[in-house]
Design a protein around this ligand. Structure first.
Ligand code: ATP
Ligand code: MG
Length: 315
């Protein structure tokens, strides 16, 4: 299932019904989503929702119980080496040699990887804004600088997608802002996709163009953010018997933006001019989709997020 902000951009990563079962429990349960070139996507959910587990499966740190992930068309399950080449990731705290400079750490990494040039090292240092500190020893780095050095390292082999698990954890407000600005810059300058996890909606709203919300391992909803609602447009949710065929049918219309899906409630959420609603009803009928309810949605994203996640444990 994909809700793309820009349907013209190519899919870089596609998660297809990924599941992780431990004991009798699915800690990640049938999760599917696509990530497109150039977008920053937030994987959002309360503590214990399954964000880290999802990311660990994508980067091959743990095996999937079911499903697969394709990265630039390569299967993580069956073509791991080809798939992982396109991923730059920081999953746990990046490890560096503290007694070496940031620069020497990157050089060390270069020696261990193929095809990383000296000029690429300078390029990534500039991208993460570490020019002034790069010859200092890593043990003198702040947490924010260390994180940025980690991102520089993850970018060295020119990945198509950068995957970061809670990159702002532990940073102070200035550090969080800095990280956000650098990630936006990287997405723009490198033209790559970024997937970041977080449990903070407020942070994701400032950083991401789209959020994938999960809870107890399941997809709750996908939402585009930051899009201004034009005054002649309304946000309408359609409760249907099957969301995927409904989305496919709606994609045929040009003047409709899919801004979300709510799998639990079997809803698709569209932004459109109200004159188009009869056309939507017709097109869904033609696609054999039954409509149970049509409602205007006026809630803020935060109210909805609290509703989806039960309103607990969200800072
Ligand atoms: N190896 C494991 N064995 C058993 N349960 C596990 C294992 N790894 C994770 N879990 C459980 O799976 C759930 C999801 O964990 P996960 O770390 O993926 O969540 P998260 O969304 O990253 O949470 P946080 O925001 O706290 O980082 C949690 O309930 C966790 O206790
Ligand atoms: Mg986690």
């Amino acid at each position: 299932m994909s809700v793309s902000i820009d349907k013209t951009n190519s899919v870089v990563l596609s998660a297809d019904h990924i599941t992780k079962t431990i004991g009798a429990k699915n800690i990640v349960d049938n999760l599917s989503f696509d990530i497109h070139q150039g977008e920053i996507v937030g994987l959002l959910g309360p503590n214990g929702a399954g964000k880290t587990t999802t990311i660990r499966m994508i980067v091959g740190l743990i095996q999937m119980s079911k499903g697969d992930v394709k990265v630039c068309g390569h299967s993580v399950r069956h073509q791991f080496v080809k798939a992982i080449r396109h991923i730059g990731g920081i999953i746990e705290n990046p490890e560096f040699y503290p007694y070496m400079s940031g620069f020497d750490n990157l050089k060390q990494y270069q020696r261990m990887s193929e095809g990383v040039t000296e000029s690429r090292i300078h390029e990534v240092i500039k991208l993460v804004g570490l020019q002034d500190a790069i010859h200092k020893k890593v043990r003198a780095y702040s947490l924010g600088m260390r994180q940025r050095l980690g991102i520089a390292q993850a970018l060295l082999h020119e990945p198509s997608i950068l995957i970061l698990d809670e990159p702002t954890n532990g940073l102070d407000p200035a550090g969080i802002r800095e990280m956000r600005d650098y990630l936006k810059l990287i997405a723009r300058e490198e033209g790559i996709a970024i997937l970041v996890s977080s449990h903070l909606l407020s942070e994701m709203e400032l950083m991401c163009s789209r959020v994938i919300v999960i809870q107890e391992g399941k997809l709750v909803t996908e939402r585009s953010i930051g899009s201004e609602v034009q005054t002649d447009q309304v946000t309408i949710s359609f409760r249907v018997n099957k969301t995927q065929p409904a989305l496919e049918a709606v994609h045929q219309l040009n003047d409709v933006r899919v801004i979300g899906t709510d799998t639990n409630r079997s809803e698709i959420i569209l932004q459109l001019k109200e004159e188009i609603i009869p056309q939507i009803i017709k097109i869904l009928g033609d696609a054999d989709v039954s409509i149970y309810r049509i409602e205007e949605s006026k809630q803020s994203l935060e109210e909805e997020f609290l509703k989806w996640t039960g309103g607990n444990r969200i800072a």
